[in-house]
Design a protein around this ligand. Structure first.
Ligand code: DHB
Ligand code: FE
Length: 289
C-alpha cells in the first residue's frame, strides 16, 4: 500500500526562484537562506519519495477572479511552469501522477470535501520554488524533478478562504486516501507558502518572528491547537499574505500522530528573515518507521 513517509513545510518566495535561475545564490544576501536548505537537499537525496503531494497556492496564474476553486487537485500527466510576467522559470516540466491523484479525488470527495478536478494547469512559483529549494536545479537530459508531483491548489488569495480547521481535517482525509492506494509508494506531503508577510497596504513589509516561531512550535507539537486558530488571527499577526500558512495544516493533518500513531521526528527546522518581503520558515517532519 502507499504510505505517507514525511511532511515538508517551506515558504515559496518568487525572488528565491529568480536568485537560483539568475545564478545569484552565492550572493551575500542569499547565502544564509540557501545554507538553511543544504541539509534538506541531502535529505531529499537520502529519502527520495515516489510521489510528492504538494499543497500550494496559485497566485492568479492558473486561476483568476473568473473562477476561484477553494481546493483543486491536479490529475494531469504533466504541468508546465507558468509565465508569471518574466517568462516561465527555466525549470523542468512537472510530471504528475494521474492514477494516485484520481484515487485521492475519489476518496476525499466521498469524505465530503468538494475538490475541483484540474486536468490542465500551469504551475507558478507557489509550486516550483519549493521544488527548487528541496531538489536544487535538476540536471539530466532532459532535466527532470526527482519524482512525480500531485499539485494541490488552495485558495488563500481571494476571500473567503478556508479555515485552518478545515485544512487540518482535509489533511486527514488525504492521508486516509493515500494509505488505501494499492501500490507500494512512498508519498511525501508538502505544505508551502508563508511565513509572515504582507505585500501591500499600510502594513506592507510586516514580519512577525514571534508569531512565526510560535506557529512552528505548535505545528510540531500541538497541531490540534494550531488548527483552531481562526483565519483573522493569521492576517492580524502574520500579515495579509501570512494566511498562506493555513496550507501547512493540510500536510500536518496527514501525519501518523493525527491518526493515533507516534509523533513525528523533527529532521530539520530553519527560520530566516528576510527573503524579499517575507520571513522564510522550513520544517521536515518524518513519520517514525
Ligand atoms: C512575495 C512573497 C510571496 O508569497 C508571493 O507570492 C509573492 C511575492 C515577496 O516577498 O516578494
Ligand atoms: Fe505567495
Amino acid at each position: 500500500m502507499a504510505k505517507i513517509t514525511a511532511s515538508v513545510f517551506t515558504s515559496h518566495v518568487p525572488a528565491i526562484g529568480a536568485a537560483l535561475d539568475l545564478g545569484k545564490s552565492n550572493e551575500a544576501y542569499w547565502q544564509p537562506l540557501f545554507k538553511g536548505y543544504e541539509v534538506s537537499k541531502q535529505w531529499m537525496v537520502d529519502n527520495r519519495p515516489d510521489v510528492i503531494f504538494l499543497v500550494f497556492n496559485d497566485h492568479a496564474t492558473a486561476f483568476s477572479l473568473d473562477m476561484i476553486p477553494t481546493f483543486a487537485i491536479g490529475t494531469a500527466a504533466s504541468y508546465a511552469p507558468a509565465d508569471e510576467g518574466w517568462g516561465p522559470r527555466p525549470v523542468p516540466q512537472v510530471v504528475g501522477h494521474p492514477e494516485l491523484a484520481a484515487h485521492i479525488a475519489q476518496s476525499v470527495i466521498q469524505d465530503d470535501f468538494d475538490l475541483t478536478i484540474v486536468n490542465k494547469m500551469d504551475v507558478d512559483h507557489g509550486l516550483t520554488v519549493p521544488l527548487s529549494l528541496m531538489c536544487g536545479q535538476p540536471g539530466g537530459d532532459p532535466p527532470a524533478w526527482p519524482c512525480p508531483v500531485i499539485p494541490f491548489a488552495v485558495n488563500v488569495v481571494q476571500y473567503p478562504v478556508p479555515s485552518g480547521a478545515r485544512c487540518f481535517k482535509l489533511g486527514q482525509a488525504i492521508r486516509k486516501a493515500v494509505e488505501c492506494f494499492d501500490q507500494d509508494l512512498k508519498v511525501q506531503i508538502w505544505g508551502t507558502g508563508g511565513m509572515s508577510h504582507q505585500l501591500q497596504g499600510a502594513r506592507a513589509g510586516l514580519i512577525n518572528r514571534e508569531f512565526d516561531n510560535a506557529f512552528l512550535d505548535r505545528l510540531i507539537a500541538d497541531p490540534v491547537a494550531q488548527a483552531a486558530v481562526p483565519h483573522i488571527d493569521y492576517v492580524r499577526e502574520a500579515g495579509s499574505e501570512g494566511i498562506e500558512l493555513v496550507m501547512w495544516l493540510i500536510a500536518r493533518g496527514a501525519m501518523d500522530d493525527v491518526a493515533g500513531g507516534k509523533p513525528p521526528i523533527v529532521k530539520h527546522r530553519f527560520y530566516h528573515v528576510p527573503a524579499s518581503n517575507t520571513a522564510v520558515g522550513h520544517l521536515i517532519l518524518e513519520n517514525p518507521a
